[in-house]
Ligand binder design. Structure first.
Ligand code: HAM
Length: 414
């Protein structure tokens, strides 16, 4: 068998010890923070109808046109692996009928985008996200941003920055797109061909293009907010004022746009200096998603877990710091002790002690080597002599000291 047979497919990773320990810390602390803000967990399927994503994310977005894993099942139905969590969460919430407004959900799980893998960009990655359903309200947007900042702090992350903008109400959209096109049109010939197509299909996305020629043109055009109604501007101002009151630092970035079409009003991104080119830790915003004949309004964010871990590691926080405490290790000398120790092992585990032993009567040295490998701080040694006396030898692995104790003391010790 070629070694490749043991590798997961490109852009996807196994997550195992010791890395898994930092994942668990992240998930546990997220659950604690979400509980304080009264968000409840949902787990939606990884595979959904393709049209759920094309309708809600927008059928000209990169995610939909280039990055989705789409397949046909045996019944000829077109399905896609979820590239993000919002569409599925809103589908679920909307399935509940009229009580939709006020729903507050969070999710954690794998998402799939068939992008070119590179540092910080995976084909299976993980998001932790929230969605708060309800009509546009700048206070709700600020509350969700406050939650996100709280969460990043709970993980011990330093140096994350929130960049904020508005893309206006749906009613502003025509004016915004027209305004942008008018401002760019005189210099259209300076843009590369792909950007010229974007100009027609999704002119907003030109604003965050990494292409130098595009950036040069964009630098000279007015910020999008100038094409918006007074109402949209006031909305953004209230979000900013509220965040100020909550003492949450954000930077308004007039050129910030997002890669998905469902956004209205507030949009934001969290960036971190320790991440290199893929510097977005998280994205969020207010949205309006149309499913069937219903429009669902909400606000939420999703944080990329792999990127959070990279940012934590850049700041010196590592997975090993969250490793579980090592077990107590039991060493048996002889077959009689082996079977008695099996009962001791079970008794200790039932009393809440993490412990482990060698299940074959191997040489003591071999058993001690294994004990050492587990990182055990305490080793219990029992052979025929101890069995007869009803005692246990307890060895402290840190200093090598040993003492002989009876059962009540052993239990107290552990
Ligand atoms: P997004 O900006 O597309 O937003 O993704 C959110 C985060 O997921 C990114 O900031 C990044 O950390 C992570 N991410 C995205 N693609 C990859 C990748 N290929 N590899 C590693 N990490 C990645 C959304 O998905 C929206 N649903 C967020 C949202 C929720 N808006 C409102 N509610």
């Amino acid at each position: 068998m070629a070694t490749n047979a043991f590798q997961p497919i490109q852009g996807m990773s196994d997550i195992a010890p010791p890395d898994i320990y930092i994942w668990r810390m992240i998930e546990e602390r997220a659950r604690e923070v979400f509980a304080r803000y009264r968000f409840d967990e949902i787990r939606t399927p990884a595979l959904e109808k393709n049209e759920l994503f094309t309708h809600s994310l927008g059928d000209t977005t990169d995610v939909v046109t280039k990055e989705m894993y789409t397949l046909e099942d045996r019944g000829g139905r077109k399905l896609s692996l979820r590239p993000e969590g919002t569409a599925g969460a809103i589908r679920y919430v909307a399935s509940g009928g009229e009580e939709t407004a006020g729903a507050r959900v969070f999710y954690m799980g794998p998402m799939f985008r068939c992008e070119r893998p590179q540092a910080g960009r995976k084909r299976q990655f993980h998001q932790i996200g929230v969605e708060a359903v309800g009509a546009p309200n700048p206070l709700a947007d600020a509350e969700v941003i406050a939650l996100q900042v709280h969460l990043l702090a709970a993980w011990g992350l330093k140096g994350a920055k929130v960049r904020l903008n508005t893309i206006g109400m749906p009613e502003d959209r025509t004016a915004v797109l027209e305004g942008l096109r008018e401002a760019i049109r005189p210099r259209l010939s300076e843009l590369p061909e792909e950007a010229q197509q974007r100009f027609e299909t999704n002119v907003l996305r030109l604003l965050d293009s990494k292409d130098e020629a595009v950036q040069k043109v964009i630098a000279d055009i007015p910020p999008v907010i100038e094409f918006m109604s007074a109402e949209s501007r006031a909305y953004l101002n209230t979000v900013i004022e509220t965040l100020k009151k909550l003492e949450i630092d954000v930077t308004v970035d007039a050129r910030l746009v997002r890669g998905l079409d469902y956004y209205v009003h507030t949009v934001w991104e969290v960036v971190h200096g320790g991440l290199g080119a893929q510097n977005a830790l998280a994205g969020g915003g207010r949205y309006r998603i149309h499913l069937d004949k219903r429009a669902v309004d909400g606000v939420g964010f999703a944080i990329g877990v792999e990127r959070v871990i990279a940012a934590l590691e850049a700041g010196g926080i590592t997975a090993a710091q969250f490793a579980p405490i090592p077990p107590v290790f039991i060493v048996s000398l002889g077959d009689a002790a082996l079977s008695e120790n099996l009962m001791l092992l079970q008794m200790l585990r039932q009393r809440g002690v993490a412990c482990e032993m060698e299940l074959s009567a191997r040489k003591v040295q071999a058993q001690m080597r294994r004990a050492d490998k587990t990182g055990a701080q305490t080793v219990i040694i029992r052979g025929d002599t101890e069995l007869e006396k009803g005692t246990f030898v307890v060895k402290n692995m840190a200093d090598g000291s040993q003492r002989e104790v009876e059962l009540p003391e052993l239990i107290k010790l552990l």
